[in-house]
Design a protein around this ligand. Structure first.
Ligand code: G3P
Length: 218
């Protein structure tokens, strides 16, 4: 399973890459706003900066238009920015049409804001490179987000669909582990759940004992 980091914070992206386990980056307009990025030129430059830190990894950059012509115009501009850019398109009618258009032109896409298996099926039929089911936001409304990941993986496997399942809106390390068990192709999350995978009290106490015993042999 690939690990993507879900942030527009350059320091956190660097830290995750330094760990040596990162495969890409996802962003969205809320994450860009959180970093105080303002104005089209600044947004475009920020995407390029992210691509440079991401060392060859895919970087999802989201369109903000909701009509077909606008999505195409924005998506083509984003795709031209850097070869690592994957155009993130919302799961709406014009978005599905745009994904088909981009797919025919060889522009890679990530279909975002997916909350049902039917939406995931449409995204794959349209030729999306990635589909992003938001599992944490489903959990937030008392719906089993992981069950959706399982359902999409099964459907795509049934037909050998090439779209990769990018589990998004991941909130904690168990989400990552469960996504790996279910066969998600990618998990994207903030830095903290990735760092949380490191932790185990028996590792800490075991290391403390080894170090204190090593001191006896010094
Ligand atoms: O990639 C989608 C993700 O950013 C949504 O996460 O935590 O806002 O639900 P969250």
């Amino acid at each position: 399973m690939k690990f993507f980091i879900d942030t527009a914070n350059l320091e956190q992206i660097r830290e995750a890459y330094d760990l040596g386990v990162l495969d890409g980056v996802t962003t969205n307009p809320s994450l860009m706003a959180k970093e105080g990025i303002k104005g089209r030129d600044a947004v475009m430059k920020h995407y390029v900066d992210i691509c440079e830190i991401a060392q060859g990894g895919d970087v999802s950059a989201e369109v903000i238009s909701t009509d077909f012509a606008g999505i195409i115009r924005e998506g083509e501009e984003l795709a031209e920015l850097h070869p690592q850019i994957v155009v993130k398109v919302p799961m709406i009618k014009d978005g599905v049409k745009a994904i088909r258009y981009f797919s025919k032109k060889g522009i890679r896409t990530n279909c975002t804001l997916v909350f049902s298996a039917g939406q995931a099926l449409l995204a794959a039929k349209a030729g999306a490179s990635y589909v992003s089911p938001f599992l944490g936001r489903l959990d937030d409304v008392s719906t089993d987000g992981l069950a959706l990941i399982e359902q999409i993986v099964l459907i795509y496997d049934n037909y050998g669909m090439g779209t990769e399942v990018l589990a998004a809106s991941i909130r904690h390390p168990m989400h990552i582990i469960k996504c790996a068990e279910l066969g998600a192709d990618v998990a994207t999350c903030p830095l903290q759940p990735i760092l949380d995978l490191l932790k185990h009290p028996l590792t800490d106490s075991g290391l403390a004992k080894f170090l204190s015993d090593a001191a006896k042999t010094a």
